[in-house]
Design a protein around this ligand. Structure first.
Ligand code: GLA
Length: 371
């Protein structure tokens, strides 16, 4: 390991080469050490990731003048993450999004999960994959990667089966961060993994994202009830504030209180059903920020994307440099299966059985344009 660390330090001096830098990030309350890995590509983009929660601590991408800035919300230190954030940058599992009342039935047996959100189960429970220490293996190369593994024990947060999870972050040459998820189980269980990065493409997250221009390649969305659980029916976006099929300024209809769904979500906090089927990567979303010129394209093989506009941010979480993150200072695009699928027979299944391999990929690609 010492040789490795030496290698990282060497590479740090040559920013024109791709590489990985490793530093100790800090001590967890139980005495374990978390590390911080900074992946950088030859184009100058960096992705800093800690093995605590697999959290993306920062992502620097160029604006239209080539200026690199962090486009994520995050904390200054490990202690900040341990104290608690609304899932900034984190890996989410075993089930991303909500499971109604924290209950589901599989093969005739009812399982009771930890409830942590208005009586429902959210993002894997009180100690989800965002709050555990993963084992990290850095993979050097032109496209540096960080492989994270974690074994979620049978019964953890109420889920059946020992689940072996592997997530690999790869920083590609073309300024894209690829996330590959894989999992296997020894008992039938449910799985829905995602990443919960909060983006503000203006850089530095110093203002809201209402000017961001978003396109979602989805003709339908997933309506919810007051507790943000799907009603079970899908609704066409046409003629609603949920129509992002053409590039649309986020703020245009986000406060349309005449729309029940906007009211329930406190803005956008819904799943959009992505057009196209099959296992191949498809364009899910494009985001453009006009002042910086930054563009983000999200590709995935998942059936849906949760578009969340930071409606619950209220300035109480103080992020980097002591800056308070206020309402709608970021947006999330969480690629995933539909919320509450374990209880919704009409939704695509999220059941994983022994002998099967859960395998999905999402790519966040960054570029910029003049106007
Ligand atoms: C998800 C949910 C939101 C909210 C955030 C975290 O995106 O859909 O309702 O809980 O996580 O605050």
């Amino acid at each position: 390991m010492r040789d490795h660390e030496f290698l990282y330090v060497q590479k740090r001096n040559d920013r024109t080469k791709a590489g990985i830098e490793k530093t100790v990030y800090g001590q967890l309350p139980d005495g374990q050490t978390a590390d911080l890995y900074t992946l950088h590509n030859a184009a100058g983009m960096t992705a800093s990731i800690t093995n605590y929660g697999g959290i993306i601590v920062s992502l620097t991408t160029p604006d239209r003048n080539g200026k690199f800035e962090d486009v994520t919300l995050g904390m200054d230190s490990l202690a900040g993450y341990v104290k608690g954030t609304p899932y900034f940058g984190a890996l989410i599992g075993r089930y991303g999004n909500r499971i109604a009342k924290g209950k589901f039935t599989l093969d005739g047996k009812t399982y009771t999960l930890v409830t942590n959100n208005f009586g429902n189960h959210l993002h894997g429970g009180t100690k989800g994959f965002d709050k555990v220490l993963w084992t990290a293996t850095p993979v050097e190369g032109d496209e540096p990667a960080l492989k994270l593994t974690y074994t979620s024990k049978d019964g953890e947060e109420g889920y059946p089966g020992n689940l072996s999870v592997q997530v690999t972050y790869t920083l590609q040459k073309d300024n894209a961060l690829k996330i590959d998820y894989q999992a296997t189980t020894d008992k039938p269980t449910v799985v829905n993994l995602t990443n919960h990065t909060y983006f503000n493409l203006a850089g530095g997250a110093k203002r809201d994202i209402l000017d961001h221009v978003v396109t979602l390649y989805a003709d339908k969305f997933i309506p919810i009830d007051q507790t943000l659980i799907p009603t079970g029916k899908l609704q066409p976006v046409a003629g609603t504030p949920f129509d992002f099929t053409k590039p649309t300024v986020v703020g245009t209809r986000i406060n349309d209180s005449t729309d029940t769904q906007i009211k329930y979500g406190g803005g956008y906090d819904h799943g959009w059903v992505l057009n196209g089927t099959g296992d191949s990567l498809k364009l899910a979303a494009t985001v453009y920020e006009p002042t910086s010129g930054r563009v983000m394209e999200v590709r995935t093989d998942q059936p849906a994307v949760q578009f969340y506009t930071g409606n619950f941010l209220d300035g109480s979480v103080t992020g980097r440099e002591g800056f308070p993150y206020k309402k709608r200072y970021a947006l999330c695009l969480e690629t995933e299966h539909y919320p509450d699928s374990p209880n919704q027979p009409n939704f695509p299944t999220t059941v994983l059985k022994p002998g099967e391999t859960y395998k999905t990929t999402t790519v966040y690609q960054f570029s910029s344009k003049k106007e």
